[in-house]
Design a protein around this ligand. Structure first.
Ligand code: PMP
Length: 364
């Protein structure tokens, strides 16, 4: 027995977990600071946590998620002033990428994505018998994201992904650039604007464009600013013209009961989200000002830094208790990505990294 040919599929490489690293290094997990997966250093909203504990006893875990899915959909629709049908609830933004692949890709269709960029767009395309091409962000240009860059590379692909803020660089598309791309592609091309880090940006969401363009969908997640990465809940906002496709491509009950209830509570916990955003904005500026390495402006909850040899620097930083992301798997073997921690975690991370950097440069 064999699977189909999966040789072109590469596995997703996640940031390493605290327990995993602690076990390897023989350390107590509490001694480690994990800044490798762009998680929320303040954890989940206390209101969301309370709802999860309560839901196990009240609603119970034995029922399929139905009312909770409807309630969350309505709350998100209200938040963005769109119709309920335009909200596609999914297990994480990753789930929304899959549903859009299912709804749009025929075998051999092609998607266009950035390089470097988020790995799951092309993974999902391949799962759905498609392939991927890339538009290349230039390090020399500060990984600038422009309409020209996308449209010069564009060759009729079925889906074009725009990640803003961009992972792992933190750069953004302007509103004007997004509209230029949306107006510049063929009629059959869907523009997916991935705003997984949208809350940390100062720019308005492209959800405002969804009702004016039938070819724009926007992804959002509860994994980052809302601190619910472990529950896997996110969504796409799509134009009403084809919003009904959701019912035809959705995995039954994919957004689970606890996730839907927790997300609803998190959405209403403004104090937690505001604090999360404020800390991330402080931390990215602090890193930009104090890291002894070249960094780039970031609109996300992380900063990319050029450290020369990412594997060595990330490895030594980890030995000293600070886990950061070696960006070799993004095609940037000279860069690390450091997520924004709490104020104390960020200060410790910068001190640690600066020590590692001076140690490594003294040895070379
Ligand atoms: N898009 C981007 C750019 C991301 O970095 C991530 C997660 N790291 C996601 C989407 C998916 O997030 P999730 O599935 O946790 O919502």
């Amino acid at each position: 027995m064999q699977t189909r040919d999966l040789s072109s599929h590469s596995p997703y490489v996640p940031g390493r977990g605290i327990e995993e690293v602690a076990r390897d290094l023989g350390l107590d997990p509490d001694e480690l600071i994990k800044l490798s997966s762009n998680e929320n250093p303040h954890g989940s909203s206390p209101k969301a946590s309370a709802v999860v504990i309560d839901a196990t006893e009240t609603t119970g875990l034995h029922v399929y998620p139905k009312a909770s899915h409807t309630d969350l959909t309505t709350a998100i629709a209200g938040r963005w002033d769109v119709a309920d049908e335009q909200v596609w609830l999914t297990p994480g933004a990753d789930g929304a990428i899959d549903l859009l692949s299912r709804a749009f890709l025929e075998p051999s269709d092609v998607i266009l994505e950035s390089d470097p960029g988020f790995a799951y767009y092309s993974m999902s395309a391949r799962y759905h018998h498609g392939t991927a091409r890339t538009y290349d962000l230039s390090k020399a240009d500060g990984f600038a994201q422009t309409a020209e860059l996308v449209l010069d590379t564009y060759d009729g692909e079925r889906i074009v992904y725009l990640t803003t803020p961009h992972n792992p660089t933190g750069s953004e598309f302007s509103r004007e650039a997004i509209e230029t791309v949306a107006a510049g592609v063929d009629e059959h091309t869907l523009i997916v604007i991935d705003e997984a880090y949208g809350e940390y940006s100062e720019r308005p969401s492209s959800i405002e464009l969804v009702d004016s363009y039938e070819n724009i969908a926007v992804l959002r997640t509860f994994s980052k600013a809302y601190g619910l990465a472990g529950l896997r809940i996110g969504y796409a906002i799509v134009p009403s013209a084809w919003a009904d496709a959701y019912a035809r491509v959705n995995t039954p009950f994919a957004a689970n009961e606890l996730a839907c209830q927790a997300a609803l509570a998190a959405l209403e916990d403004h104090a937690h989200v505001d604090r999360s955003i404020e800390t991330a904005r402080w931390a990215r500026e602090y890193m930009r000002e104090n890291l002894d390495a070249k960094t780039w402006d970031s609109a996300g909850n992380f900063v990319l830094a050029d450290v020369g040899d990412a594997e060595t620097v990330a490895g030594r930083s980890q030995e000293r208790g600070v886990i950061i992301r070696d960006c070799t798997s993004f095609g940037l073997p000279e860069c690390v990505r450091i997520s924004c921690g709490t104020e104390a975690e960020t200060r410790t991370a910068v001190d640690t990294l600066n020590k590692v950097l001076s140690e490594v440069s003294a040895q070379s």
